[in-house]
Write a protein that binds this ligand. Structure first.
Ligand code: ATP
Length: 336
């Protein structure tokens, strides 16, 4: 009987539980034993292993977070840590390991493959959506909805007080959440890494946009959505710069970890379920060092090295729309 193991690693994402459930139920369907390692790669290094049963995954499809817990693990990046991980996998006679996580977690799998001979299958689970090899990663759509909901609420109060808000959203070094949520919430400005050459250089343009919008529409609400990690000190400091330079108060809102929590939406539950089934089937078919994904509604297998080494572009149709909206305030036609 094959023994497979599963763990969740890196930032947690809504839908990870749905994916664990799918992996466990599919593995049991094929007659495999399935184990979970807790706390991401720490579970491999510290041998935190447990047998997973059908009972444990009942009624978790709708739950945020992850039953197996998640964590970062610096020890896993060291040779001694990874050798310990390989030793524990061998001691438990694991044939295949499924990792649900983001690009760092997948890099960890590539590292592990140098020390462990078992099959390795990755499932893209991160709100950042920054993995090539799948149109959507598990959690991205739910996180985007969470941001849209928050911005809608901010809009109400911004309208009432005719305020400028700068809303900082997650995404690591990618702008998927900013671009999608900014467009869906009708933000006046979206600042995200793929649409920006150098934020310091473009600061004047950003300020001009706020000023010209106020000239065009009078005092009214104005919402800037900005990706994290674009300015030292984030939205707190950048909104202060704008406040000083425009002379109108700009309030920062850092949405933070609420973006990771909450029940997964229907899309993420279904994606997680499909990818969980497909991952176990990939193991059954003898694959290794592949990531399962969904591209144009087709389930796909892509080499993990390609998923982490090829930068995933944002949707050009969305960035074009954003550029048009941005240009709609006349003075900005001079800004590129
Ligand atoms: P997210 O971006 O959603 O937070 P992630 O999987 O990219 O998810 P990371 O913190 O980058 O999150 O990576 C998770 C874990 O993967 C790290 O804590 C570490 O244990 C492991 N890892 C990352 N990069 C490597 C690497 N180059 N070699 C070995 N292990 C790695």
């Amino acid at each position: 009987m094959k023994r497979i193991a599963v763990l969740t690693s890196g930032g947690d994402a809504p839908g990870m539980n749905a994916c664990i459930r799918s992996v466990v139920l599919t593995a049991l369907h094929f007659g495999y034993q399935v184990y979970g390692f807790r706390h991401g790669y720490n579970g491999l290094v510290d041998n935190e292993i447990e047998l997973l049963t059908m009972q444990q995954v009942r009624h978790i499809i709708q739950k945020g977070g992850t039953l197996l817990k998640s964590a970062r693990c610096s020890k896993f990046k060291t040779e001694s840590g990874i050798k310990l991980a390989a030793k524990h996998l061998d001691a438990a006679e694991i044939d295949a390991l499924i990792v649900i996580g983001g690009d760092g977690s997948l890099r960890g799998m590539m590292h592990l493959s140098k020390y462990w001979q078992g099959q390795l299958i990755g499932i893209p689970g991160t709100i950042d959506n920054d993995l090539s090899g799948s149109d959507n990663t598990i959690g991205f759509q739910t996180a985007t909805e969470t941001v849209i909901d928050a911005i809608d609420k901010l809009r109400d109060t911004a309208d009432a007080f005719e305020r400028i808000f700068m809303v900082e959203v997650m995404g690591r070094d990618a702008g998927f959440i900013a671009l999608s949520s900014g467009i869906a919430s009708g933000a006046e400005q979206i600042i995200y890494p793929e649409g920006l050459k150098d934020i310091h250089q473009e600061l004047d343009c950003i300020i001009q946009h706020v000023e010209s919008a106020r000239k065009l529409h009078g005092r009214s609400s104005y919402i800037i959505v900005i990706s994290e990690n674009l300015w030292p000190g984030g939205a707190y400091d950048l909104s202060q710069v704008l406040t000083e330079q425009i002379g109108i108060e700009c309030r920062p809102v850092i949405l933070g970890h609420i973006q990771r929590g909450g029940c997964p939406n229907g899309f993420d539950r279904i994606l997680a379920t499909k990818l969980g089934v497909f991952a176990v089937e990939a193991i059954k078919n003898g694959h290794s060092l592949m990531m399962v994904g969904e591209i144009s509604n087709e389930l796909t297998l892509t080499a993990i090295s390609d998923c982490v080494n090829n930068k995933k572009p944002v949707d050009k149709k969305l960035s074009d729309i954003q550029a048009k909206v941005f240009d709609s305030v006349e003075i900005l036609s001079n800004c590129t």
